[in-house]
Design a protein around this ligand. Structure first.
Ligand SMILES: NC(=O)c1ccc[n+]([C@@H]2O[C@H](COP(=O)([O-])OP(=O)(O)OC[C@H]3O[C@@H](n4cnc5c(N)ncnc54)[C@H](O)[C@@H]3O)[C@@H](O)[C@H]2O)c1
Length: 273
């Protein structure tokens, strides 16, 4: 149950996604009555109060989704997609926020933010980047939508006192995701797409012959690229600590591992393992 706020019934969008799949069992375990939105994937979580089928782009969804709910955890997002991001991420978030305003019974609206809103590794910048660093998404529709989602949240909080908590996750990693990211073979996980960056003959040969390699990204000045990640477990813990927590209302938090990694350390680690 909620810590300070009387929260019992929780609507979760993106319940079938990476974060949602890990979060739902923890919410159930903690005693929340959960209505999870199902869109593309199956949701297999015993103990949910309800699985609701729906599309964020559908204006009529929000009143049904938020009916009798005390809190919203908004995780659904279509990532990098020029055709879908405005309707799904921006309009979809607005419909939920607007219904939160209209219905008047939502005690907390937890918005999944991203460090993409600060441009992560893309621009030279002061270090560390804290929560007060202004929005500065790197090129792409995903960062643009994370900035627009947060801007909607900020304005709806100011204009209508909507009780919003923004949790800005760094790149979320499960157990072996980093190997799937930085090895040439194997499942693709995250950007960059190494194959597209092959420049010299040797790199191109690795791609064309399907050979494996430990990849690394360097900054233009030749220093190894630096990125921030966060463990999936820590993301779930951040959500569980935030929900029902009055002190988290009206705040944005960066949810990241204690230190970033650099690609030189990563590629060395991978080549040895
Ligand atoms: N995974 C990361 O590295 C990461 C990092 C920072 C922030 N985030 C943010 O955290 C949130 C959750 O991320 P994730 O990794 O679980 O994402 P995911 O891609 O695994 O899941 C997204 C979910 O959104 C749903 N969805 C997509 N379009 C929809 C629509 N039109 N209607 C309803 N549902 C729809 C999908 O079905 C899926 O369940 C997102 O807001 C994302 O931007 C993720």
């Amino acid at each position: 149950m909620g810590k300070d706020l009387p929260i019992k019934n929780v609507f979760v969008s993106g319940g079938g996604g990476k974060v949602g799949t890990a979060l739902l069992p923890q919410l159930v375990k903690a005693g929340y009555l959960v209505r999870a939105l199902r869109f593309e994937e199956e949701i297999n979580c015993p103990g949910l109060m309800e699985i609701m089928d729906g599309d964020l782009r559908d204006k009529t969804l929000a009143p049904r989704a938020l009916k009798d709910m005390d809190a919203v955890i908004h995780l659904a997002n279509c990532k990098e997609n020029k055709d879908l991001f405005l309707d799904t991420n921006v309009a979809g978030t607005f419909y939920l926020l607007d219904e939160t305003k209209n219905c008047g019974h939502i005690q907390q609206f937890i918005q999944a933010g991203s460090d993409a809103r600060a441009g992560i590794y893309y621009y030279p910048r002061p270090f560390p980047i804290d929560e007060n660093f202004p929005h500065a998404g790197y090129p792409g529709y995903y960062p643009l939508s994370k900035v627009l989602e947060e801007t909607l949240c900020e304005q709806m909080r100011i204009q209508y006192r909507i009780p919003i908590t923004v949790l800005r996750f760094s790149w979320v990693h499960g157990q072996d995701d980093i190997l799937a990211h930085a090895t040439l073979k194997g499942p693709r996980f995250g950007v960059p797409v190494w194959e597209e960056l092959a420049e010299n003959e040797e790199q191109k040969r690795f791609v064309s012959e399907g050979l494996d390699a430990a990849c690394r990204m360097d900054h233009p000045d030749g220093t190894p690229g630096m990125r921030h990640i966060v463990a999936l477990e820590d993301v779930i813990q951040a959500i569980m600590l935030s929900i029902g927590n009055k002190a988290a209302i009206g705040k944005a938090f960066a949810i990241a591992a204690p230190a970033p990694f650099t690609y030189d350390i990563l590629s060395e680690y991978i080549s040895k393992n």
